[in-house]
Design a protein around this ligand. Sequence first.
Ligand code: HBI
Ligand code: FE
Length: 281
Amino acid sequence: MDDYRIDQGWNSYSAAEHDMWRRLVSRQDQVLPGRACAEYLAGIDCLGLRDAGIPDFGRLSDVLEARTGWRIVAVPGLIPDQAFFAHLAERRFPAGNFIRTPAQLEYLTEPDVFHDIYGHAPMLANRAYADFACAFGKLGLQAAASGGIANMCRLYWYSLEFGLVHTDAGLRAYGAGIVSSPAETVFALESPSPNRLGFDLERVMRTDYRIDDFQETYFAIDSLDALYGLLDVSWAPLLARLAGVEAIGRGARLAGDNVLSAGSGDYHRRPGDDDGLKIAV
Ligand code: HBI
Ligand code: FE
């Protein structure tokens, strides 16, 4: 199977592209303290993502691999689910090698190097998240073989992309889609609009999501260390059970939900909000 790897082409980045990286970093750094979880902020520091421009994936991978066994591989953009899961299963994170242009600050259809590296890499330096992401990749491949790919994409979406976590200091974000977007970093934690629900595996795997706006529901796990425990279920019966039930609407609240905060549902990202990442599926 083609694994979509390409050369990052680090030497061909222009000064303007490195400047764009620094612009996105400084904008993000104004909203992350007090909203991103401590493990994420520590990851940024231990990977040295603040100071220079666009990182060289080889050098970044050497630091990351020493911590959790993960490497970063360059890809041209979104790759098919199965290929994506196959990389995760081998502790390789596929990262876009391009960076958004000033005109794309409003609308970005595919994950660029800022989303993938500034959003995901710091958490891949955290053992619990890193082991979960690898186990998730392996389960995703198994699920793909039995028709459960949509359920696995939802699990990915509401954890590694848009997950919240309970901490001693309160709710914090660890999902890359949140911590790489200035507006969603604030929205996910402070807006009255979305639902914030306790994480329940089956509920998450049944819940639809949107790719072109803020999330209408965020799910909070008890701790990062609890991430891995979420996968400790018998998957074949779970996927078989899920295959027969319909999806849950992305903004719905159900009787059995552990509602941390009930959303008003009256706000969505407006043009000009920020560089909202919209992953085109
Ligand atoms: N491809 N490059 C890339 N990055 C992703 O995050 C990604 C992908 N392909 C599929 C995919 N994500 C989905 O499986 C998840 O969004 C659920
Ligand atoms: Fe992502």
